[in-house]
Design a binder for this molecule. Structure first.
Ligand code: RP5
Length: 167
C-alpha cells in the first residue's frame, strides 16, 4: 500500500503561518504533506490543473485554506472527487467571517468540509481520521492521540482543583 498523502493548498503565502499547525499534525502522524500556494482568483488555471491531477499524483485528501472571498476550496472541489477540507483564514477586516461563509455555504453537490476559522490543526486531524478508514495504523495512532489529550485535560483539572483549594 502507498503512503498516505494529503495536499495543503493555500490561496497566498500570507496564509502560511496559519497552516504550520496543520503541517505539524500531518507530520506527527507520518502523513506526507504536499504544500502549495495556488489562488482560485489569481491563478485559476493552476487551481484547475492541480485539482484535476491530484488523484493521479497520489493525493487522497485536499486541505484548502484561503481568506477573504475564499473560493479556493469550492473551485478545487469542482474539479475532483477527492474530499476537500476547507480552512477559512482570518485575513481581512471581517474577522474571517467572510472566508467562513464563502467556504461553508457551498451549493448542493459540491461540499467543502469546513473547519473553524484558522482551524488548520483540526483540518489536519480530520484528514488523518479520514485516512484511518484505509490505513489501520493511523486508527491506532488516533486512539493514542485522544488518550493523551484526555490525560492532559485531567492533569489540568487536578491542578485547578489544587489552586482553588489554596485560595
Ligand atoms: C486570499 O486573500 C488568500 O488566501 C489570503 O488569505 C488573502 C490575502 O492574500 P494576499 O493579498 O496576502 O496575497 O486569496
Amino acid at each position: 500500500m502507498s503512503n498516505p498523502k494529503v495536499a495543503i493548498v493555500m490561496g497566498s503565502d500570507s496564509d502560511f503561518d496559519k497552516l504550520k499547525g496543520c503541517i505539524g499534525v500531518l507530520k506527527k502522524f507520518g502523513v506526507e504533506a504536499d504544500v502549495n500556494v495556488i489562488s482560485a482568483h489569481r491563478t485559476p488555471e493552476a487551481a484547475e490543473k492541480f485539482a484535476k491531477s491530484a488523484e493521479e499524483n497520489g493525493i487522497e485528501i485536499i486541505i484548502a485554506a484561503a481568506g477573504k472571498a475564499a473560493h479556493l476550496g469550492g473551485v478545487l472541489a469542482a474539479f475532483t472527487t477527492l474530499p476537500v477540507i476547507g480552512v477559512p483564514i482570518k485575513s481581512s477586516t471581517m474577522d474571517g467571517m467572510d472566508s467562513l461563509l464563502s467556504m461553508v455555504q457551498m451549493p448542493k453537490g459540491i461540499p467543502v468540509a469546513t473547519v473553524a476559522i484558522d482551524g488548520g490543526d483540526n483540518a489536519g486531524i480530520l484528514a488523518v481520521q479520514m485516512l484511518s478508514l484505509k490505513y489501520e495504523h493511523l486508527k491506532e495512532q488516533l486512539k493514542t492521540f485522544k488518550a493523551d489529550m484526555a490525560r492532559e485535560v485531567e492533569e489540568k483539572n487536578q491542578k485547578i482543583k489544587e489552586i482553588v483549594k489554596s485560595l
